[in-house]
Ligand binder design. Structure first.
Ligand code: NAD
Ligand code: WQD
Length: 338
């Protein structure tokens, strides 16, 4: 039986990965410090999969705690989701982001080395492409970052490359996510932001449920078909399926490799609003305001490398993403705090 350690497994993407792993026959061990999540999501993962697994409330900054998990379980590979992800907050408190994301990853790798575990799937981000010169974005494009959060992802990618240069038995997949949205079709797990959502989809669904009065659309003067920003929205369940394909790939391939996980299609902010309205029959009032500082106009993936090498492609469309987000929001108007 193959056992996967899932760091950050109580969070939005990690919880969906946990379900997918359990349903595919893997054993899992989950660690999370619950800094941006709750025990309720752990309970829901068990409900959906109908399986139990060990959970540790453990901070990656606490090496002793991480050691204990590796001493207790025979881990084969690690999916590493744990990290802080709020771009704006990372500008205000950069050291917290460098400490948590970078030191946390270094601690994890140290313990993995000690236990001779060298297979790692890492949550990177399309943010490592900075402001790309052209689209669709390919893995070979130059890398840069425009904020401390993005720099933590970029630095971790370099750190993991260096690990492999020093010891070629490492097998590492750097998965560069585009814009994950949607939720598990059961409506039991989904994205659960604290306070006012930073990201577009949770904001739209909170307008729909009546928690926010209207959406503020950040700029309509980009060079796009309707002037609003264009992104590659990807269903979270498709995204986590890509992780299982990456895990299989690492069985037969040494080295460090980056893969774009996106659909290859770009939709604008107003496209998403319209699709959400059509699918849910809810009206989303909005107001056009100034551009958000640091935003880019257009970003979507060329996902061909993942298709060719991992045998993975996104299956779900924008309608599915809106339908599943709304199902989660309707069933859990207060997220996990019901
Ligand atoms: P999330 O905040 O829902 O999940 C991250 C989880 O990690 C949380 O449960 C949090 O409590 C936990 N965590 C944070 N620091 C920890 C630490 N030091 N020790 C133990 N646990 C810790 O975020 P998510 O959207 O599920 O993102 C998962 C990963 O994917 C993150 O690394 C994020 O940067 C990356 N990512 C997310 C997006 C996105 O749009 N959601 C896009 C690209 C990349
Ligand atoms: C999408 C579009 C906004 C909110 C961020 C991070 C990135 C990655 C994914 C982790 C943009 C517009 C948004 C709102 C709006 N995370 N918008 N009103 O900025 O593409 O990416 O999340 O790695 O690093 O930067 O996603 O959902 O915030 O914005 O008009 O209230 O929606 O301007 O065009 P983004 P987003």
């Amino acid at each position: 039986m193959t056992t996967i350690l899932v760091t950050g497994g109580a969070g939005y993407i990690g919880s969906h990965a946990a379900v997918e792993l359990l349903e595919s026959g893997y054993e899992i061990v989950v660690i999370d410090n619950l800094s941006n999540s709750s025990m309720e999501s752990i309970k829901r993962i068990k409900e959906i999969a109908g399986k139990n697994f060990p959970f540790y409330e453990c901070d990656l900054l606490d090496v002793e705690c991480v050691e204990n998990v590796f001493n207790t379980h025979k881990i084969d590979s690690v999916m590493h989701f744990a990290g802080l992800k709020a771009v704006g907050e990372s500008v205000t408190i950069p050291l917290k982001y460098y400490q948590n994301n970078i030191t946390g990853t270094i601690n994890l790798c140290e313990v993995m080395i000690k236990h001779n575990i060298k297979k790692l799937v890492f949550s990177s981000s399309a943010t490592v492409y900075g402001n790309p010169d052209k689209v669709p974005v390919e893995e070979s494009f130059s890398l840069s970052a425009t904020n401390p959060y993005g720099r933590t992802k970029l630095m971790i990618e370099y750190i993991l490359q260096d690990l492999y240069f020093a010891d070629s038995s490492w097998r590492i997949a750097l998965l560069r996510y585009f814009n994950p949205i949607g939720a598990h079709e059961s409506g039991k797990i989904g994205e659960n932001p604290n306070g006012i959502p930073n990201n577009l989809m949770p904001y739209i669904s909170q307008v729909a449920i009546g928690k926010m009065e209207k959406l503020f659309v950040f700029g309509n003067d980009y060079e796009t078909h309707d002037g609003t920003g264009v992104r590659d929205f990807i269903h979270v369940v498709d995204l986590v399926k890509g992780h299982l394909k990456a895990l299989e790939y690492l069985e037969n391939h040494e080295g460090v490799e980056a893969f774009n996980l996106g659909t290859g299609k770009g939709y604008s902010v107003l496209d998403l609003v319209k699709t959400f309205e059509d699918v849910t029959s809810k009206r989303i009032p909005y107001k056009i305001v100034e551009r958000r500082k640091g935003d880019i106009g257009v970003c979507y993936a060329n996902p061909q490398k993942a298709e060719k090498k991992l045998g993975w492609r996104a299956e779900k469309d924008l309608n599915d993403m809106c339908k599943d987000t709304w199902n989660w929001q309707l069933n859990n108007p207060n997220g996990y705090r019901n």
